[in-house]
Design a protein around this ligand. Structure first.
Ligand SMILES: NC(=O)c1ccc[n+]([C@@H]2O[C@H](COP(=O)([O-])OP(=O)(O)OC[C@H]3O[C@@H](n4cnc5c(N)ncnc54)[C@H](OP(=O)(O)O)[C@@H]3O)[C@@H](O)[C@H]2O)c1
Length: 163
C-alpha cells in the first residue's frame, strides 16, 4: 500500500528554499509516529533537506535520475519507481514523503493520505500536487495543540481511498 505523508499550508505550500516554511515540532513528532517502522520514499532534494542525514528506524529510499548519486549503505537509491518493488514487501505500508515531483509520480497509486493542514498562508516555492479528494474518505481528524512552540493552528487528517 502507498501512503502520502505531508504538511501543507492554507495556500498549498509545502517548501521554501529546500526547507519547510514553518516550525511545528508537534507535526515533526506526528511525522515520526506515522512513518517509523515503514519504508519512506523521497525525492533527492527532500533527502538533502534532512539536517542529520537519513531518518532512523525507517528504510530511506531516495529517488534521483542520477544513478551515481551517493548515499550511505543504509539508504536505497532508485532511479525509477518501478525499482521500488525490489526493496519493499507486498504488505508494507510505503510512506511517500515528497516533494512535489514525487507526490506527482505516485498520485495514481496512493491509497492513504496523512495530511497536516496548517491554517496559515506561507510564502514558498514548492506546492502540493492537486489530489482528487472525492476519491478518498476522511477517516480521522484531530486538531493540533497550539502553544508557544507550535504557533500556527493545524489539523491532522487521514484519508483512505474509496474502493
Ligand atoms: N511540507 C512537507 O510535508 C514536505 C514534504 C517533502 C518536501 N518538502 C519540501 O519540498 C522541497 C523539496 O521538494 P522538491 O519538490 O523541490 O524536490 P524533491 O521532490 O524532494 O526532489 C526532486 C528530485 O527528485 C528526483 N526526481 C523527481 N522525479 C523523478 C523521477 N520521475 N524519476 C527519478 N528521479 C526523480 C530528481 O532528483 P535529481 O535531481 O537528483 O535527478 C529531482 O531533482 C523542500 O523545500 C522540502 O522541505 C515539504
Amino acid at each position: 500500500m502507498i501512503s502520502f505523508v505531508w504538511a501543507e499550508s492554507k495556500n498549498h505550500i509545502i517548501g521554501v528554499n529546500g526547507h519547510l516554511p514553518w516550525k511545528l515540532p508537534n507535526d515533526m513528532k506526528h511525522f515520526k509516529n506515522v512513518t517509523t517502522g515503514h519504508p519512506i520514499v523521497m525525492g533527492r532534494k527532500t533527502y538533502e533537506s534532512f539536517p542529520n542525514g537519513p531518518l532512523p528506524n525507517r528504510l530511506n529510499i531516495v529517488i534521483s535520475r542520477n544513478p551515481d548519486y551517493k548515499v550511505p549503505e543504509s539508504v536505497v537509491l532508485i532511479t525509477d519507481k518501478s525499482q521500488l518493488k525490489q526493496y519493499v514487501k507486498p504488505d508494507d505500508e510505503v510512506m511517500v514523503i515528497g516533494g512535489e515531483g514525487i507526490f506527482k509520480l505516485f498520485a495514481g497509486d496512493v491509497d492513504r493520505l496523512y495530511l497536516t493542514e496548517i491554517d496559515h498562508d506561507f510564502a514558498g516555492d514548492t506546492k502540493m500536487v492537486a489530489l482528487d479528494y472525492s476519491k478518498f474518505k476522511l477517516i480521522e481528524k484531530k486538531e493540533g495543540v497550539v502553544d508557544d512552540k507550535n504557533i500556527y493552528p493545524y489539523t491532522f487528517k487521514t484519508y483512505q481511498k474509496i474502493n
